[in-house]
Design a protein around this ligand. Structure first.
Ligand code: PLP
Length: 401
């Protein structure tokens, strides 16, 4: 179906919660490339918002999904599920943590983290005591009622009162503020190692290490939201590895199954123990299809050494962007790590620049009015970096002209 035929149907029948969509409809992908309904090819520096870890139509993932669809999609958590158990084993081995529970999205993973933390606190200090979780300004944790309350962006919360009790916000990268907030009413802190939706803002080394120390000293929980940063994107499998620490619980989603909807929490034993039989669950969570896709994605990441590739190619992309910045007055700098980067702009022209990039065959995201976000697949090559940066250079010339 052409875009001309599709757009009116989309506009008439869908809830318009995503606002005006870009005038593009992708119909096919291969590797780091997408094709639209008019047959045009694009280099994909978005990967479905950090989802398509292995790019598009990766042959190993495609075959595994097809095989699984032909064998069994779903049986329920009343029964043992082979790929669920094996994907959990791999995540435990990679994380330094003990147990995994699967869900269906990032918000749901954070809900599980919040519920585990509350029950853990209830067992120690009594129901409802010390239930408050400290969160950070600028954060994004999802759109369910608890996770939008945890989110540190007032726009996400507007109109949804009454919000959930039990969340308090402090400035990001401010250890003293966190130290003051982590008191006898709180059970821990939840944050992203690199804030994604606020425009790619990494936690400082001293800050995250200081939070780990504070939580250890006070017997509180360090909970990390790695929905966007996890699965190799920052050049280590979990972003917390850059900081030489292990949290008490971490949430994952987006890139975990290469494009099949999934979420997961990886928990220390004490947090896992706080969710005994009957305390939490979800019908679809960890089903055969989703966890076969996750298991295969994790195996391909391991076998093709994609975490190393994300680090090396990410470093190269950063260098090339910095070189571009030298003669592009609109570019203020580069933020982020690995293949999770923002191009900061000197003016609020991100939407124009995103559209100009698309016109030059490059898909990027305008994460805020003054920053582009780049989240390419982990299979990105140096040649594709050169191709993408050339398109960005051409787009910058158009926008600056
Ligand atoms: N946490 C972070 C850090 C995110 O970036 C997102 C989505 O952008 C979420 C949670 C919510 O994930 P989902 O949209 O899958 O519910």
């Amino acid at each position: 179906m052409s875009l001309r035929d599709l757009q009116p149907v989309s506009d008439q029948y869908l809830v318009q919660n995503y606002g005006q969509r870009l005038p593009l409809a992708f119909v096919r992908g291969e590797g780091c490339y997408l094709w639209d309904s008019e047959g045009r090819r694009y280099l994909d520096f978005l990967a479905g918002i950090a989802v398509c870890t292995l790019g598009h139509a990766h042959p190993v993932l495609t075959q595994a999904i097809c095989e699984q669809a032909g064998a069994l999609l779903h049986s329920s958590n009343y029964f043992h599920i082979g790929p669920q158990a094996h994907a959990a084993k791999l995540l435990v081995e990679l994380s330094g943590l003990d147990r995994v529970m699967f869900g269906n999205s990032g918000a749901e993973a954070n809900e599980a983290l919040i519920k585990a933390a509350r029950r853990w606190a209830a067992e120690r200090w009594g129901e409802g005591q010390r239930a408050t979780i400290v969160c950070t300004e600028g954060s994004f944790h999802g759109r369910t009622l608890a996770t939008l309350t945890a989110t540190g962006n007032p726009r996400v919360k507007a109109g949804f009162a009454p919000l959930m009790p039990g969340f308090r916000h402090v400035p990001y990268n401010d250890l003293a503020a966190a130290a003051e907030a982590l008191d006898e009413t709180t059970c821990g802190i939840l944050l992203e190692p690199i804030q994604g939706e606020s425009g790619i803002h990494p936690a400082n080394l001293d800050y995250l290490q200081g939070l780990r120390r504070l939580c250890d000293e006070r017997g509180l929980l360090l909970l990390l939201d790695e929905v966007q940063t996890g699965i190799g994107r920052t050049g280590t499998f979990f972003a917390y590895e850059h900081y030489g620490l292990v949290p008490d619980g971490v949430s994952l989603a987006k890139g975990l199954a290469g494009g099949v909807p999934i979420g997961a929490v990886v928990l220390c034993q004490a947090l896992a123990d706080a969710l005994p039989a009957g305390t939490h669950g979800t019908t679809f969570g960890g089903n055969h299809l989703a966890t076969r896709a996750a298991l295969t994605t994790l195996e391909v990441i391991r076998d093709e050494r994609l975490v190393d590739q994300a680090r090396e190619v990410g470093d190269y992309l950063r260098e090339q962007l910095l070189a571009l910045a030298a003669d592009a007055p609109l570019v203020a700098g580069v933020r982020g790590r690995g293949l999770m980067l923002a191009v900061a702009l000197t003016a609020e022209r991100a939407n124009d620049l995103r559209d100009a990039c698309a016109a030059h065959g490059l898909i990027v995201n305008a994460v805020r009015a003054d920053a582009l976000r780049l989240l390419p697949p982990l299979i990105l090559t140096r040649d594709q970096v050169d191709e993408g940066v050339a398109a960005l250079r051409a787009a910058l010339a158009d926008v600056s002209a």
